[in-house]
Design a protein around this ligand. Structure first.
Ligand SMILES: O=c1ccn([C@@H]2O[C@H](COP(=O)(O)OP(=O)(O)O[C@H]3OC[C@@H](O)[C@H](O)[C@H]3O)[C@@H](O)[C@H]2O)c(=O)[nH]1
Length: 441
């Protein structure tokens, strides 16, 4: 039994005793004058002296009451001492945290000429934070701008305080004035449930946000890489999809805020390139997965892995015959850095051409995670693209890039990441339960 529970029991016992005492006093018909009125046969009232001679029961009640009162006083004092001690310890932990020099991942030293100042919008997100890691390790100065709608400070906290790193809480829908050499524009929700949650904001981010980024690039003559998407091909009628394919997008469907938003983003890039001579790079990113995906991301990889880890039903939307091709996040980051470094200005597909149906993918996850989860079909998503596979000839030829991480290897890393995340959230839950248990007044 915890100390708190013991204390609660003692307090309850004392309250009962007090009630009993009050009751006994009432029964003795205590008068305001300090005298008890006693009725005698014949109607005469005799005023008795107060306190009357104490009965043995009253005496023992009184003693018990005094004993319990002093116990409560002692325990209150002890509680106060413990609280003060805890506060002192917390203060010590805080001062230790600030005085201990932080350990950072090793970064290369680049001289002034080779070191770039690189802005990453959406740099605290899933893909952005991996890009931050690579560019920091290469020795560049990295400035992250994020509005933390889907990004998290935790994704980049290992760089906080590093002299080459800066984190700015800012929404790119509003203009930004800083000096930089390169911009990776990744800011936008990317998971269908996230971008459909606030379609107007998604469109604003991909239009006004992109205008702000391109305007900044124009002012400071920075090179820009725009993170576009395979969704510009919509529900494609050409398979696999080369960059020359114009796409098949429903402009008023539930996905339009993202698909059309990204298409405008591409259009803006080439308008600024033509009119303002801004150097642009456009990466059309296909389905990507890996550690640091949000637990509530809602995309198929995180959903299936979490369902399997929790022994829940694995939900396949529709008949499961729709296809996707999944690339591991480190491959994508390599591709983006190679594209930025190249002098190629047309869009480039970055994705893994190994394609599978979503039904097969559910089986793969179930097998890799193990456990008793069953796979079930549920309602199909509206306008869900039916086949998607990148043609990466352009990236192969121009960037000498192709994905390296096999699906199983990438999935194993992602599964172990989500396993740790689940354990972490359980620990957090446990400790917050404990906290509320001991701090309930
Ligand atoms: O729990 C789920 C989630 C998703 N799915 C299905 O799995 C497929 C993939 O869905 P996701 O939500 O992971 O991603 P989508 O391919 O639809 O969109 C993605 O496309 C490429 C990127 O640019 C974006 O990250 C994202 O928009 C879809 O057919 C979807 O219906 C399930 O069957 N079950």
């Amino acid at each position: 039994m915890t100390a708190t529970k013991k204390r609660l029991k003692i307090v309850a016992a004392i309250s009962l005793l007090l009630l009993l005492l009050v009751y006994v006093y009432r029964m003795a018909s205590f008068c305001p004058s300090g005298k008890a009125a006693l009725s005698v046969p014949g109607g005469e009232e005799v005023q008795a002296k107060w306190p009357p001679t104490e009965s043995p029961l009253q005496r023992s009640l009184q003693m018990a009451y005094e004993e319990q009162s002093s116990l409560i006083r002692e325990q209150k004092a002890e509680l106060q001492r413990t609280r003060e001690h805890l506060a002192r310890l917390e203060e010590q932990v805080r001062s230790l945290q600030t005085s201990t020099p932080r350990k950072y991942p090793k970064v290369k030293y680049l001289n002034y000429k080779n070191r770039k100042r690189i802005l990453i919008t959406g740099g605290a997100g899933f893909v952005g934070s991996h890009l931050v890691d690579d560019l920091m390790v290469q020795g560049h100065e990295v400035i992250v701008v994020d509005n933390f709608f889907t990004g998290r400070k935790r994704n980049v906290e290992h760089w906080l305080g590093h002299e080459n790193f800066e984190l700015i809480h800012h929404d790119i829908v509003n203009p930004l004035f800083i000096e930089i050499d390169e911009i990776y524009h990744l800011a936008s929700p990317a998971s269908p449930p996230h971008y459909m949650y606030n379609p107007v904001k998604t469109i604003k981010t991909n239009t006004m946000g992109t205008i702000n980024v391109l305007g900044l690039a124009k002012r400071v003559m920075a090179k820009v890489l725009i993170a576009s998407t395979s969704e510009v091909y919509g529900d494609p009628t050409v398979h696999p999809q080369p960059e020359t394919y114009w796409g098949h997008v429903n402009p008023i469907g539930p996905r339009a805020c993202y698909d059309e938003g990204k298409r405008v983003s591409e259009t803006l890039s080439y308008a600024y390139a033509k009119q303002e001579k801004v150097q642009v790079r456009v990466a059309r990113i296909f389905n990507t997965y890996g550690p640091r995906m949000h637990m509530n991301d809602g995309r198929v990889v995180s959903n299936f892995i979490l369902q399997a880890l929790r022994n829940e039903t694995i939900t396949v939307y529709g008949n499961g015959k729709q296809t996707r091709s999944f690339q591991y996040v480190s491959d994508l980051v390599d591709g983006m850095i190679a594209l930025m470094a190249s002098n190629y200005t047309q869009p480039v597909n970055l994705g893994n051409p190994v394609e599978q149906t979503i039904g097969e993918f559910a089986e793969i996850i179930k097998q890799l995670v193990g456990g008793p989860s069953v796979i079930k079909q549920s309602k199909a998503m509206e306008d869900d693209p039916q086949r998607r596979k990148p043609d990466i000839t352009r990236a192969r030829q121009l960037l000498h890039w192709e994905p390296k991480v096999p699906l199983e290897t990438g999935l194993q890393r992602t599964i172990s990441y989500f396993r740790n995340e689940l354990a972490r959230s359980d620990r957090f839950q446990e400790s917050s339960n404990k906290y509320f248990d001991t701090h309930t007044p």
